[in-house]
Ligand binder design. Structure first.
Ligand SMILES: [Zn+2]
Length: 196
């Protein structure tokens, strides 16, 4: 890119996007104030406010691809992944999302026949720095594997337009990891404060 074109491209950026790049600005999901991940202390006496960032497997360290400089919303607890260009949050609490989970995800049949020490994790992502490129949600958990379970979940997924993935691991005999994910749904982000 020629220098003149680069300067032109910069001048076309809305002021709010420049603000976000430097740690200020408002959240496109909820309109709350943005900070950075490094400014938040993970309270390990309580459930993680965002398992994508603090998954608790690494003794409180921030999970990749997030870093202490990643954008983070103090209100809805979404974090911005600059590599995939997605706002992401994961939680064990399905009702803790600012934008309620889609009914097909919230109502996904979680079997009681599963290892109770492992989490059921719900995720929600909004694509694009302004969250205008769509919304994808998922639910994932480990369950006691059986043909009956798989066919029941396959029926639910196919009748609700969910992609369903089963995964087994040698370290988890008799268990199956289940993940169900929505297609990309449209999402209308909260207008950024200061945007033209
Ligand atoms: Zn927010």
């Amino acid at each position: 890119m020629q220098r003149r074109e680069f300067v032109l491209a910069l001048s076309l950026l809305p002021l709010s996007a420049v603000g976000i790049a430097h740690g200020g600005g408002s959240c496109p999901v909820c309109g709350g104030n943005l900070t950075v991940v490094g400014a938040i202390k993970d309270d390990t006496s309580r459930p993680s406010i965002n398992l994508e960032v603090w998954n608790r497997s690494y003794h409180g360290y921030i999970s990749e691809p997030f870093s202490s400089n990643s954008q983070f919303c103090k209100k809805c607890h979404f974090a911005y992944d600059e590599i995939s260009m997605k706002w992401r949050r994961a939680s064990e609490a399905p009702d803790s999302f600012f934008v309620p989970l889609l009914p097909v995800v919230r109502g996904f049949p979680i079997t009681e026949s599963r290892p109770k020490n492992l989490r059921v994790v719900y995720t929600q992502t909004f694509s694009g720095q302004d969250a205008s490129q769509g919304r994808i949600e998922s639910v994932g958990f480990w369950a006691n594997d059986s043909e009956l379970l798989r066919s029941k979940l396959e029926n639910y997924a196919s009748s609700n337009d969910l992609a369903l993935h089963f995964y087994t691991a040698l370290s988890m005999p008799g268990q199956v990891s289940v993940k169900a994910e929505t297609p990309n749904n449209s999402f209308k982000p909260t207008p950024l404060r200061g945007a033209a």
